[in-house]
Design a protein around this ligand. Structure first.
Ligand SMILES: *Cc1c(COP(=O)(O)O)cnc(C)c1O
Length: 382
């Protein structure tokens, strides 16, 4: 292989050339500040922002004035949780989420716990699924928000969001979903899901880094996370990232346009990996994700040896790497610490080839074998 085999598409994806080309004019010709309405250069940027908002809304099945651009998926998640907690504080101080959420959601919830909120972290089954009945049972008259992710970034579990949203609605509780991993891997229509808020991040579907969206249904009250200007209808200050919006919007349209074809290809590549290696963790997963756990070896050692062979993957989530703790997601699905430590996440993409998958299948087993021979834990076993 003359270029690295990239198997970490759940961490980020390669931006498409068409996306870059859609962005470039907004760095050069149409460089105006979209809030400068008194002259043509500003008005051109303002018009572009309005157009991108319409186009994103059409892709998510919502209205243009329900689309709020953010700087990332993490920001969208933080805003949804802290913004609702603050705006509905008079109603209650209880939030329900799952134990396998992205750290952006868990971190925001932990922050609120320090400020008088109570958070229920729902358990999941061995496949990583939240049981809607558990959600219903956790609702109290103090519950202001339910936040459950559409699809998990480590093990790819798809959660029953429409069902949970129905329960939320019946109890008059707002519902947010982090759909960052879902876009590009499955159809995501916020209206059909029935959620009140939904987070998106462009770089997970071949768009640029540093731009996201929070869909906020009309009628939902939400406090600002970022203060300081009238942008995003007064809800989120910061000079508009017009080029980023162009990129997000173009990438989202391409992802949805080619969804069936891409899902078929990624499913084929993922299944080829599974067949070539062993049984993966979890069921009902995204089309592009596999998470293996190898006993008696360290995930980080696997990554280092894979990297030496030009294979790029991850252990747990990119955000958690650097920490020695095993993944909170793998622990939540019931894996013991020593097995969760030996986890390897491989996530294929639209461009992954069968040749690359076969290279991984041929390279990985000797690496595991070599590491096991070095492991003191492995001695005396088998
Ligand atoms: C990547 C990711 C995020 C964070 O998005 P950023 O744009 O990188 O901040 C949030 N949630 C999930 C599920 C993710 O996979």
């Amino acid at each position: 292989m003359n270029k690295p085999v990239y198997m970490d598409n759940n961490a980020t994806t390669c931006m498409k050339r068409e996306v870059l080309e859609a962005m470039l004019p907004y760095y050069t010709d149409i460089y105006g500040n979209a809030s400068s309405r008194f002259y043509e250069t500003g008005r051109r940027a303002e018009k572009a922002v309005a157009e991108f908002r319409e186009r994103v809304a059409a892709q998510l099945g919502v209205k243009a004035n329900e689309v709020y651009f953010t700087s990332s998926g993490c920001e969208a998640d933080n805003w949804a949780i802290k913004g609702i907690a603050d705006a509905y504080r008079d109603k209650g101080n209880h939030i329900i989420t799952s134990s396998i959420e992205h750290h952006a959601v868990l971190g925001a919830c932990e922050f609120l716990e320090k400020h008088g909120f109570e958070v229920t972290y729902l358990p999941v089954d061995e496949a990583g699924r939240v049981n809607p009945a558990d959600v219903e049972a956790a609702i109290t008259d103090k519950t202001v928000l339910i936040s459950v992710m559409t699809a998990n970034n480590e093990i790819g579990t798809i959660e029953p969001i429409a069902e949970i949203a129905k329960i939320a609605k019946a109890h008059g509780v707002l519902m947010h979903t982090d759909a960052v991993q879902a876009i590009g891997h499955m159809r995501v229509n916020a209206k059909e899901l029935g959620v009140d808020m939904l987070s998106v991040s462009a770089h997970k579907f071949h768009g640029p880094k540093g731009i996201g969206v929070l869909y906020i249904r009309n009628g939902v009250r939400i406090s600002n996370l970022i203060h300081g200007g009238g942008q995003e209808r007064g809800k989120r200050a910061a000079t508009e990232n017009v080029a980023g919006m162009a990129g997000l919007c173009t990438a989202l349209e391409l992802a949805n346009r080619d969804l069936e074809k891409n899902v078929e290809h990624m499913t084929e590549m993922r299944d080829r990996l599974i067949k070539g290696i062993s049984d993966p963790v979890g069921k009902d997963r995204l089309c592009n994700n596999v998470n293996f756990s190898f006993r008696y070896v360290e995930g980080e050692s696997i990554l280092m040896l894979l990297d030496m062979k030009g294979i790029e993957a991850s252990s747990g989530s990119a955000c958690a790497s650097g920490s020695l703790d095993p993944s909170h997601v793998l622990l939540a699905i019931g894996l013991p610490h020593e097995i969760a430590h030996g986890s390897l996440r491989l996530s294929v993409g639209e461009d992954t080839t069968a040749e690359e998958v076969d290279y991984v299948i041929e390279t990985l087993p000797p690496i595991i074998e070599r590491l096991r021979k070095m492991s003191p834990l492995f001695e005396g076993v088998e």
